[in-house]
Design a protein around this ligand. Structure first.
Ligand SMILES: Cc1cc2nc3c(=O)[nH]c(=O)nc-3n(C[C@H](O)[C@H](O)[C@H](O)COP(=O)(O)OP(=O)(O)OC[C@H]3O[C@@H](n4cnc5c(N)ncnc54)[C@H](O)[C@@H]3O)c2cc1C
Length: 293
């Protein structure tokens, strides 16, 4: 899985199945259920830490029609006076969607510029930055359950909270409809540029990572606590706490998942010992514990 994770870490997947249409996904889910085969879905792998022993069962990747995006209603055409609706397949890339919204003069997603995930991963993780998150923009989603049946849910039913959403268990997000405000294209572009520059200056975006490793504790910054604990630059093998942003763990070449997990435990214990704060991973740790057959 190392080639499917931006951290470049992870053992073998037992089986990888790319799926290009909703009909194919429905058939696959029905077949997996009938044969009692476990599965997981991966987006762009920009928030996953896969164990060295890899992933059991079938690992599903969405492609083809899951990559399409379109404007489905203009402001005032059923989307509400001040809103326009964009439908995006789960495999669309967040940066691509930001660019599309900018070209359409739609505002709301500027915060997401530079977040390298898919729409599916972004909604499941309630991706956010600079005080905004994707959850409040979600009008509705289409999901597929274990049996291959399509379900729709209103955005508010997903109970978005800090880096999480309450999707019904064992479902795959197929597409989402987002509600955006008409805005001035030049202002949207300028805001995106400012966020991108801020990211470049403060985050190691050119190095293999999965973004912020820990959630920020209430009223605190995980990065600041790690830095204050003297752990900036600390390494276990090739797994290192970034010298630029202490909440980013970098793979300097040949780090294993075990190196990353050992680094995680060391950081958690040190920060707890110094400040009495338990850091909780924001990243999704996959494999072994998640195995289901
Ligand atoms: C340099 C860098 C910067 C980052 N900056 C930010 C940031 O500012 N803010 C932020 O929130 N995140 C940030 N991230 C983390 C990451 O990009 C986001 O969490 C992103 O939304 C994850 O999307 P993904 O497609 O890569 O998901 P993956 O990593 O592939 O998967 C994440 C989880 O979502 C599940 N999932 C994926 N697709 C689906 C689907 N279709 N249906 C159901 N479940 C699904 C997976 O099973 C897994 O549990 C950053 C990462 C990097 C590398």
């Amino acid at each position: 899985m190392s080639q499917f994770s931006t951290l470049r870490v992870g053992g073998p997947a037992e089986a990888i199945v790319p799926v290009a249409t909703v009909a194919e996904l429905s058939r696959l889910m029905g077949w997996l259920q009938k044969n009692e085969i476990g599965w997981q879905v991966v987006g762009r792998g920009s928030n996953i830490l896969v164990s060295d022993s890899g992933l059991a069962g079938v690992t599903i990747f969405l492609e083809g029609e899951f990559r399409t995006m379109e404007k489905v209603a203009d402001a005032g055409e059923g989307a509400g006076e001040e809103r326009a609706l964009i439908r995006a397949g789960a495999a669309c890339l967040l940066p691509g969607l930001v660019a599309y919204c900018t070209s359409q003069g739609l505002s709301g997603l500027e915060f997401a510029v530079g977040i390298p995930g898919s729409i599916g991963g972004a909604i499941v993780m309630n991706a956010g930055a600079w005080g905004s998150a994707i959850g409040p923009l979600v009008e509705s989603v289409a999901l597929m359950d274990d049996s291959g049946t399509l379900l729709t849910r209103k955005g508010e039913s997903l109970e978005f909270s800090y880096r999480q959403a309450a999707l019904p268990p064992r479902t795959i997000l197929v597409e989402a409809t987002l509600s955006l405000r008409p805005g001035d294209r030049d202002v949207i572009k300028k805001t995106c540029r400012q966020y991108q520059e801020k990211r470049r200056a403060t985050q190691p975006i050119a190095e293999p990572s999965i973004g912020s490793f820990f959630k920020n504790p209430p009223g605190e910054s995980a990065g600041r606590l790690i830095e204050k604990a003297g752990l900036k630059g600390f390494a276990v093998g090739d797994a290192r706490v970034s010298a630029l942003h202490a909440n980013f763990f970098i793979n300097e070449g040949s780090a294993s998942a075990a190196d990353m997990l050992n680094l995680m435990h060391h950081v958690q214990e040190t920060v707890y010992g110094r400040f009495g704060v338990r850091l909780e991973p924001e990243v999704c740790i996959m494999g072994e514990n998640q195995r289901k057959k």
